[in-house]
Ligand binder design. Structure first.
Ligand SMILES: *Cc1c(COP(=O)(O)O)cnc(C)c1O
Length: 360
């Protein structure tokens, strides 16, 4: 039986996409081979990579002068690739709004001066600092942000309007809301949250910024090299790109990013409304900055939280345990989580609340 999977990543994928991949798993496009067996230089496979690239361009309205590449190593490898491709003056700004933002900043420090110009750790990352009041460094090579904080459940409601190119880790929200790509120098995202199985990371970068990586930049991390080779400089994560392509086709067929944003806002609205009106559950993120992808909540009683997670699992609602840094619960409600999944969660929360009223 399929469950409703609220995992933060790897995470749920659209059921029809999984079924399609299953149907053609042994014979991909009439080749008599699985997509996991075919050469990445085979025309049938190369068509997948270019279709996926074109779908990313179309769905996010990526401007012509940006590259779209598929790389390996997860978003964490991009924490190093960002400075290695962009840090010509040896200085960059970082806004630290969560655990991944902090890791990106720490990685940046390995290659130059990484100024932490904003930090919301004082209130356990439950807000985003006012982007109009930060002291951006004159001459910085870039400003790095994490647009959606997967662990703490916050996200930018407005993006910095800085002089230096804006670099965004969008791992846990890419394709979830409309994005003006032209406002960013670079966007990157690991696929396993909102797009595909783990293994592939998308990088969207303005070509004029990536022409001269630092000398020490490994060839594999040079976005320019990946761009010039159409993401086929070496063997790509072939199956993950294939799955990403199916997910993107599915997104397009269902109305694209604008439509999924509407649905995501509806789903998140249902859940936040319920939590805010509940005597038992609490979400601590400032409403303006609440993520529509990751919704952490607590009962205020650790034992009760553990009981919630265990009983939810029995009810077919799995992976609701919060990240160890936050505790409590977290419902990741990515694009592929159906409205019915969120409604089932709320029904369960209601029932649990009634049954456990006296405990708190
Ligand atoms: C999951 C995640 C990462 C880490 O991704 P990996 O692919 O595991 O390296 C980085 N940033 C954000 C925002 C994430 O959600």
């Amino acid at each position: 039986m399929r469950v409703y999977n609220f995992a933060a990543g790897p995470s749920t994928l659209p059921l029809n996409v999984l079924e399609e991949a299953k149907k053609e798993f042994l014979d991909f496009g009439g080749t008599g081979m699985s997509v996991t067996e075919i050469s990445h230089r085979d025309k049938a496979y190369m068509a997948v990579v270019s279709e996926a690239e074109n779908l990313v361009r179309e769905l996010l309205k990526v401007p012509e002068d940006y590259c779209v590449i598929f790389v390996q190593g997860g978003a964490s490898t991009q924490f190093a690739a960002v400075p290695l491709n962009l840090m010509h003056n040896g200085v960059a700004d970082y806004i630290v709004t969560g655990n991944f933002a902090k890791k990106a900043w720490q990685e940046g420090k390995l290659y130059g001066t990484a100024n932490k110009i904003g930090d919301s750790s004082d209130r356990t990352y439950t807000y985003i600092p006012n982007v109009h009041k930060l002291s951006y460094t004159e001459g910085a090579d870039y400003v790095h942000i994490t647009s959606n904080n997967t662990i703490f459940g916050s996200r930018y409601s407005e993006f910095p309007d800085c002089k230096a190119p804006l670099v965004a880790d969008m791992s846990s929200e890419i394709f979830s809301r409309e994005t003006d790509v032209s406002k960013f120098g670079v966007i990157y995202a690991g696929a396993q949250k909102n797009l595909a199985p783990a293994g592939v990371t998308i990088v969207i970068a303005k070509r004029s910024l990536i022409g001269e990586p630092l000398n020490i930049c490994p060839t594999m991390l040079r976005w320019k090299v990946q761009d010039e080779n159409g993401s086929l400089y070496n063997t790509p994560p072939a199956f993950s790109i294939y799955m990403a392509n199916l997910v993107l086709r599915n997104l397009k067929a269902n109305g694209g990013v604008k439509e999924i944003q509407r649905i995501n806002e509806y789903k998140a609205g249902l859940l936040y409304d319920f939590i805010d009106n509940s005597p038992l559950y609490k979400n601590n993120v400032l409403p303006e900055f609440r993520s529509i992808m990751n919704v952490p909540f607590v009962t205020g009683n650790e034992e009760l939280d553990a009981k919630f997670v265990a009983e939810a699992k029995k009810a077919g609602l799995v992976s609701l345990k919060g990240h160890r840094l936050v505790g409590g619960m977290r419902a990741s409600i990515y694009n592929a989580m159906p409205v019915e999944g969120v409604k089932a969660l709320i029904e369960f929360m209601k029932k649990f609340e009634l049954e456990n009223k006296t405990t708190v």
